[in-house]
Ligand binder design. Structure first.
Ligand SMILES: Nc1ncnc2c1ncn2[C@@H]1O[C@H](COP(=O)(O)OP(=O)(O)OP(=O)(O)O)[C@@H](O)[C@H]1O
Ligand SMILES: [Mg+2]
Length: 490
């Protein structure tokens, strides 16, 4: 276990020296402060497991300091030091939230006893009622990402955990889906511990480097462990704490199951909608074919009659019909995704040609294009006609998002072995939360002339190739869409 930290604040340097010696002999890591100001600075920088404040300090007394300290560290036990014969003050201190009081001059046994008790009663789970309440509200609906975030966030808020993360098993791999608390460091160690917890099928404690404790509980969904809720904590938890974590993770698992079912339901409804759209589109195909013939005939006639204005209108009608025909074709295909016709494709060449096409489709107002195409990519097994739709839509979306100018970056690279990654990044306005949640819904669009088919088609094609599409978007910053594709057909 990590060394417990104590903070001692007194304006008498002799007292500080005595307490430092005594507390260090108890094995504590001691910090000293001679003033309120200095104490506040130390408290802002780190947490302490116990604090000893002198009651009589000028200009701000120990009770006020305790109030300030608790504003930041609500459950840090504070011992108030008072001179002999001021027991009323001591009682008042406890009433105001002090853990206990110490009388000067110190009796070594009293000091040892009270500090020891303050340390042992400090619990890992700060607020059990909060933990339970959050667990219960998790049952409400929400998207999967949101639920996982809530789980991680709530765990950090309700416990002494420094970091919490939720891992889910995906195809045998443990993927960190959400994390909260002290960011930064790698999640590898935690992932390893998660693996151990999942293998054990029960909550467990694992010690990591530098005396860190990691504990975790598996998330049971549908009979098996679908993942684990993991936390890192500097304080050694009790068996009871572990039980609490298990309780929390079981509630999280229920929330997870609900979210999964909801997602399945939604995709079922979407599929039904897709089939209906496909039927309607199919009905439109024949009349559109007729219209196309008439329009071409009209254009031809008007050309011959030397009526350039009329011929021009006929050409416009023709173009609109082409547009509608293309749309109908796409909808029909979405209902019944056709079998892929894969061939070895030079990805960079395909990307370059899509870029040219996309640029041609939009009036680019001061958009800078940066290409970072890895020349060492191997040929990839793709249906290039299908894939073209994907890249075209991503590029057109990016251009359309930057009406006021910006930078588009098109990248290709080898991702993990056997996978290539194409990323289209723009510096546009980014997507709102609603757009992010709905962009893959059929016909969802925020554009006046959009049809809302680009993204659902892109995802369906990428998934048909055995790949996946990942979206990162930040309002005001821009959007990055990455398509990960296996080099060889799976
Ligand atoms: N790069 C992006 N930046 C901001 N928003 C985007 C971006 N890409 C997609 N979107 C949002 O997602 C919505 C859906 O995109 P999608 O490509 O499916 O349809 P669309 O572009 O509106 O129409 P179309 O079917 O013609 O492509 C867009 O309307 C837009 O709101
Ligand atoms: Mg689009």
């Amino acid at each position: 276990m990590r060394t417990a930290r104590a903070l001692v604040v007194d304006d008498d340097p002799d007292i500080l020296a005595v307490l430092q010696m005594r507390l260090e002999s108890m094995g504590l890591d001691v910090s000293l402060a001679g003033s309120h100001h200095e104490a506040v600075r130390l408290l802002a920088a780190r947490g302490f497991d116990v604090a000893l404040f002198d009651l009589r300090m000028e200009p701000v007394n120990g009770l006020k300091l305790m109030e300030d300290a608790h504003a930041q560290h609500p459950r840090m036990p504070v011992l108030i030091m008072t001179a002999h014969g001021t027991i009323d003050n001591a009682v008042e201190a406890v009433r105001q939230g002090a853990f206990d009081y110490l009388t000067k001059p110190f009796v070594p046994e009293e000091l040892r006893g009270k500090v020891g008790r303050a340390l042992s009663e400090r619990r890992w789970a700060r607020d059990r009622t909060l933990l339970r309440a959050v667990g219960e509200t998790l049952g409400s609906s929400g998207t999967m990402d949101r639920i996982l975030d809530t789980i991680a966030q709530a765990t950090v808020e309700a416990t002494e955990a420094e970091r919490a993360a939720v891992f889910l098993l995906e195809g045998g791999r443990l993927v960190p889906m959400a994390s909260a608390g002290l960011g930064g460091g790698s999640l590898d160690e935690l992932a390893e511990a998660a693996r151990a917890v999942i293998d054990k099928k029960m909550p467990a404690m694992v010690s990591g480097q530098e005396g860190r404790m990691m504990l975790g509980a598996p998330l049971f969904v549908g009979g098996g462990a679908a993942g684990a809720l993991m936390v890192e904590t500097p304080i050694e938890p009790t068996a009871e704490d572990l039980e609490l974590l298990a309780l929390f993770s079981s509630q999280a698992a229920v929330a997870l199951k609900n979210a999964r079912e909801l997602e399945r339901l939604r995709s079922g409804a979407l599929a039904a909608l897709g089939r209906m759209a496909a039927q309607v589109a199919h009905e439109l195909r024949n009349p559109l074919g007729g219209l196309k013939l008439f329009a071409e005939y009209l254009e031809h006639r008007l050309d011959q009659a030397a009526d350039p204005e009329g011929a021009d209108v006929a050409r416009k009608i023709n173009r609109e019909i082409d547009h509608m025909t293309e749309l109908v074709r796409e909808i029909t295909q979405f209902g019944r995704p056709s079998a892929l016709r894969r061939g070895l494709t030079t990805l960079n060449g395909l990307l370059e040609s899509c870029l040219v096409l996309a640029q041609a489709r939009v009036k680019d107002a001061g958009i800078m294009v940066v290409q970072e195409l890895d020349p060492s990519l191997p040929p990839v097994s793709l249906d290039h006609r299908e894939m073209r739709k994907v890249f075209l839509n991503l590029l057109v979306n990016a251009f359309e998002a930057m009406q006021g100018g910006g930078t588009l970056t098109l990248r290709s690279r080898l991702a993990e072995p056997g996978w290539v990654e194409v990323s289209v990044e723009d510096t546009g306005p980014g997507m709102s939360e609603e757009t992010r949640a709905r962009m893959f819904d059929l016909f969802f669009t925020t554009k006046e002339t959009g049809t809302g088919l680009g993204m659902p088609i892109a995802r369906s094609v990428v998934e048909q190739h055995g790949g996946r599409l990942e979206v990162r978007s930040q309002v005001g910053r821009g959007t990055q869409i990455r398509a990960l594709l296996p080099v060889e057909a799976p």
